[in-house]
Design a protein around this ligand. Structure first.
Ligand code: BDR
Length: 312
């Protein structure tokens, strides 16, 4: 099985990603989740992780609280998209389990040292603060990571929180910079591909029609968060970001991308967090990222439905 550490600040789209992962238990072994400050503050993201595990009947998976803020910046949140709890929409079950003891950064370090080298994938759904902190504290873990698969960045579709930056990178650009320069194999699923994965009314109806509590709750969560994007973009559905990460791990053939250099802007006020993708290989900078540019939305939603259908 592919061992995962999930970095997350759910977030309805990330809830869909987490449930997609839990719906493929024969493929993924989730070692733990690290709640991140991002879409909303850490108190909410930690509770939201616990609620999702309760919903999926997977309270055996530990949830650790990570850092309460980015490495060098004040926290920027996105309640305007995700609602005042960060995960508004359906009534989710109140968690019965507690947060695991110990810090999220310590969990990352300890797990990577304990597991055989090259076996653990870091699944980045959120700002990369906790992974970057772990790499700063314990550089020896870098070569032990199998790879990082992260929803992060944008280039051709430019930004969603500023004209030039994608939210996860914007929130903690220094963390993204550290991770991009750590020499770890990395795949980026940027807005360029997530903007192709639209949650059209037909797709959400099919999700609701699954009839199980996870399918219905996911449809309700996405109906809540998409109202913001529908107004913003005027498309027939909202981009569904997070599940690109598990979809890439499960069926990489549904995506197209290139191994290129990606560098993050940390100096400028105007373009803070911009991910400059050298798509045409104009520079001789190291090709540090497999940058995904296109994906098959029909195959994506079919896979999401299949995984959700495996849950209670
Ligand atoms: C990312 O920003 C967050 O608001 C979403 O949950 C997703 O992780 C998209 O830019």
């Amino acid at each position: 099985k592919r061992k995962l550490i999930i970095l997350t600040d759910p977030g309805q789209d990330q809830a869909a990603a987490i449930l997609m992962i839990l719906g493929a238990p024969e493929i993924f072994d989730v070692l733990g989740m690290v709640a991140t400050a991002g879409n909303i503050d850490l108190g909410y993201t930690t509770t939201n992780c616990l609620k999702l595990l309760e919903l999926a009947g997977r309270t055996d998976i530990p949830v650790y609280a990570g850092c309460p803020r980015p490495m060098m910046r004040d926290l920027v949140t996105a309640e305007h998209v995700h609602g005042p709890t960060g995960l508004d929409g359906p009534q989710l079950p109140e968690p019965v389990t507690e947060i695991a003891s110990g810090h999220g950064v310590e969990f990352i370090i300890h797990t990577l040292r304990e597991q055989p080298a090259g076996e653990v994938t870091i699944c980045g759904l959120s700002p990369l603060t906790n992974l970057a902190m772990a790499l700063v504290q314990a550089p020896d873990i870098a070569p032990r990571i199998r790879d990082i698969v992260a929803m992060a960045g944008a280039y051709f579709e430019v930004g969603n929180i500023t004209p030039s930056a994608e939210f996860n990178v914007y929130v903690d650009p220094e963390a993204a910079d550290i991770v991009l320069n750590a020499g770890i194999p990395m795949t980026m699923l940027p807005l360029d591909v997530t903007h192709q994965m639209l949650s059209t009314p037909d797709r959400l109806s099919a999700m609701r029609a699954l009839g199980n509590r996870c399918g219905v709750a996911t449809a309700e969560m996405l109906e809540f968060s998409e109202s913001f994007d529908l107004n913003k973009y005027g498309w027939e559905g909202a981009p569904l970001h997070g599940p690109c990460v598990p979809a890439f791990m499960l069926q990489p053939e549904m995506f197209e991308g290139r191994q290129i250099n990606v560098t993050v802007e940390t100096g400028s006020q105007l373009t803070r967090g911009m991910t400059v993708a050298d798509w045409w290989q104009i520079t001789d900078r190291e090709r540090n990222v497999f940058y995904v540019r296109n994906g098959d939305a029909e195959a994506y939603y079919a896979l999401l439905l299949k995984c959700l259908g495996n849950l209670p």
